[in-house]
Design a protein around this ligand. Structure first.
Ligand SMILES: Nc1ncnc2c1ncn2[C@@H]1O[C@H](COP(=O)(O)OP(=O)(O)OP(=O)(O)O)[C@@H](O)[C@H]1O
Ligand SMILES: [Mg+2]
Ligand SMILES: [Zn+2]
Length: 288
């Protein structure tokens, strides 16, 4: 068993380099017999656990390797953990439509926001080194802030292999408050530690909460710790950072940890709902 764990430890860096397919091809199938291949693995190489156990036909030595399906397993676990709202989970930055907005000014704003997001993904390592996130804001509801922030999260998860978590500010505060109840699963510090350990945290709709002393303290402590440990925080808000009602100390922390990205001032949600309704209305009228 000890040997197996050591083998796995040696294998781990290769997995990170996305090298698992090469690893698979190198398996000398003649000498090494796979002991646990079942149809639970999409490649029929392991038993669905992501680990291939093998035995040398000549020496009877055993060893373990990560299976190709392990990456898919990690990816689907990360996706589940990310908690991205289902309507946004498959959206990309590329498919963010800058032509959907009616005015030229809004189309330009959307285009700049889209380019900034794409460049952020491209040069992610630079931003990561400085622990800089993005702050998407516009005072109009339904203008695409969450849509673009989540598309960024999807890309960091898929392309940059980051651990991502999406949470609204209200839910974040609610979850912390819930830890004060008796019989809860986690303590406040355990929950905060888990929030702080996430590589990329998307904090949706900051500014809608009442900025009480407790809220200011709590958010400051979370963001400050995240920045100290080089974790990235992405924000969406209906307010520019300057106009947030939180205390100055918190605002200056947010200024330090995120680059503002202006979003259009147009509600595309309304138009979308109208189109959806018209389509459904046609189905009702035509009976199709
Ligand atoms: N540029 C876009 N292209 C296509 N669909 C869009 C675009 N922007 C927004 N949408 C769609 O419009 C709806 C509203 O967008 P979203 O939820 O991102 O708005 P928001 O700015 O976060 O609103 P709120 O301030 O209420 O949180 C979503 O269904 C989203 O998919
Ligand atoms: Mg939103
Ligand atoms: Zn497998």
């Amino acid at each position: 068993m000890k040997q197996i764990i050591q083998d796995l430890k040696r294998e781990q860096p290769k997995m990170r380099e996305n090298d698992s397919s090469k690893e698979q091809k190198k398996l000398p199938g003649d000498i090494w017999k796979i002991l646990n291949a079942t149809s639970d693995c999409p490649y029929h190489m392991c038993d669905g656990s992501g680990i291939i156990f093998m035995q040398n036909r000549e020496t009877l030595e055993t060893k373990a390797k990560y299976c190709k399906c392990k990456e898919q397993l990690i990816y689907s676990q990360r996706l589940q953990f990310a908690n991205i709202p289902s309507e946004f989970s498959s959206l990309t930055v590329n498919s963010f439509d800058t032509q959907i907005y009616k005015t030229q000014a809004d189309r330009e704003t959307a285009k700049t926001a889209k380019i900034m997001t794409a460049n952020y993904i491209k040069s992610f390592e630079k931003f990561r080194e400085k622990a800089k996130g993005l702050y998407y804001y516009s005072s109009t509801r339904g203008s695409g802030k969450t849509r673009l922030a989540v598309s960024l999260g999807n890309a960091l998860l898929k392309v940059r292999h980051m651990q991502v978590k999406f949470i609204t500010t209200l839910d974040l505060l609610k979850e912390i408050r819930n830890t004060y109840n008796k019989n809860t699963q986690y303590t406040e510090s355990q929950l905060i530690e888990s929030i702080n350990s996430v590589q990329v945290l998307i904090v949706d709709d900051i500014g809608v909460e009442q900025p009480t002393n407790w809220v200011n303290e709590m958010l400051f402590s979370i963001f400050d710790t995240r920045m100290k440990y080089n974790k990235i925080t992405i924000f969406t808000s209906n307010c520019s950072i300057e106009n947030l009602q939180h205390d100055e100390r918190l605002k200056s922390r947010i200024f330090k940890m995120a680059i503002p990205v202006k979003m259009p001032e147009e509600d595309v949600r309304k138009g979308q709902s109208k189109r959806d309704n018209e389509e459904l209305q046609n189905i009702l009228l035509r009976g199709e």
